[in-house]
Design a protein. Structure first.
Length: 272
C-alpha cells in the first residue's frame, strides 16, 4: 500500500473518492477547495468489500483527516467495482469521474486517453468540462496494461523499466498479433530466433498504441491529447503516442488518480 500526502499544507478532508479498478484500488481525500490532501493505493483484492473497509479505516487515521473522518463524510465510488462499495453515498461511472478529475487538474478540455490495467477509454471533453463522447474497451486485453505485462513477462523486464528499455531500442520489431495470447507466442518465437529484448519491447508498445489510436479515431481527436491511468507511468507511452499522432501529449501530476479524484470532487459538490 502507498499513502501520500499530496499537498504540503494541513487541510481538513471534506470529501472522499474511491476508484475500485480491476487492477488497483485508489482512495483520495480532498479539502473544502477540492485540493488533493492525500491518497492511498493498493493492488486490487478479489475480496473488494473487505479491502474497501480496510482502506476506509486506514484513511480515517491519516493526519490530514483530523478530526477523524465522520461516517457522514460524502464518499463517491467509481471504477469497475463501484457497486460493491456499500459505504458510498453515490456511485458514478469512470467516464464522468475521469473527465471531472482531469478537467479540474488541467483546467481545459480535449481528448483524454485513460489506459488502465485491464481496460482503456478515450473521452472527448469540451471546454466546459462536459463529456461529449467516449469509447471504452474492457473486453480485450490488447490496448491495456495487461497486454504489456503479459508479453513483457516473457522478456524478463520489470514493469517499472519497460518504457526505458523500449525507448533505448535503436530498432523496432513489428509485432503482427494484436491479441495478447498470440503476441505472447510471437515474442517467445522472436526470442528463440535471437532477437534482442529492446526492439521487441518497442514493437509491443507500438502494438498497444495502435489499438489506442484506433479508439481515438472512433471518438475523433480534438487536441490537446491528455493521458491518465497507471500505464502512463511508463514513459514510452506518452512519447510514442506523440509519434503516432503528431500531437503533444499532456500528462497530469497523478495520472493513476484521476478517476478517484473526480469521484472525490463529485462527493464535495454533494456536500456543499
Ligand atoms: P485500473 O484503474 O484499471 O485498476 P490503473 O489505472 O491503476 O488500473 O493501472 C494499473 C496498471 O498500470 C498496472 O496493471 C500496470 O500495467 C500499470 N503500471 C502501474 N505502475 C506502473 C509503472 N511504474 N510503470 C509502468 N506501468 C505501470
Amino acid at each position: 500500500m502507498t499513502a501520500h500526502g499530496t499537498k504540503g499544507r494541513m487541510a481538513q478532508v471534506c470529501a472522499l473518492g474511491i476508484d475500485v479498478g480491476s487492477t488497483t484500488v485508489k482512495i483520495i481525500g480532498v479539502d473544502a477547495e477540492g485540493n488533493l490532501a492525500w491518497h492511498l493505493l493498493e493492488q486490487a483484492d478479489p475480496r473488494v468489500e473487505d479491502q474497501v473497509e480496510r482502506l476506509l479505516a486506514r484513511a480515517a487515521t491519516l493526519p490530514l483527516s483530523s478530526p477523524p473522518l465522520a461516517g457522514g463524510t460524502p464518499l463517491v465510488a467509481t471504477g469497475y467495482g463501484r457497486k460493491l462499495v456499500r459505504q458510498a453515498t453515490r456511485s458514478v461511472t469512470e467516464i464522468t469521474c475521469h473527465a471531472k478529475g482531469i478537467y479540474r487538474e488541467l483546467s481545459h478540455g480535449g481528448t483524454l486517453v485513460d489506459i488502465g490495467g485491464q481496460d482503456s477509454k478515450v473521452i472527448s471533453i469540451n471546454s466546459k468540462g462536459d463529456v461529449v463522447d467516449f469509447s471504452m474497451n474492457d473486453k480485450c486485453a490488447a490496448g491495456t496494461g495487461r497486454f504489456l505485462e503479459n508479453t513483457a513477462r516473457r522478456l524478463g523486464v520489470p514493469l517499472e523499466r519497460l518504457g526505458q528499455v523500449a525507448l533505448s531500442a535503436l530498432e523496432e520489431v513489428s509485432i503482427s498479433s494484436t491479441c495478447t495470447v498470440f503476441a505472447e507466442s510471437e515474442v517467445i518465437s522472436l526470442i528463440a530466433h535471437g532477437i534482442a529484448v529492446e526492439p521487441i519491447l518497442r514493437g509491443l508498445h507500438r502494438s498497444l498504441l495502435k489499438r489506442v489510436v484506433a479508439m481515438i479515431r472512433t471518438v475523433g481527436l480534438v487536441p490537446p491529447l491528455m493521458l491518465s491511468g497507471g500505464v502512463v507511468q511508463n514513459q514510452a507511452i506518452a512519447r510514442m503516442l506523440e509519434e503516432e499522432t503528431s500531437e503533444t501529449v499532456i500528462v497530469p501530476r497523478y495520472p493513476q488518480l484521476m478517476g478517484a479524484y473526480g469521484a472525490a470532487l463529485i462527493a464535495l459538490e454533494q456536500a456543499n
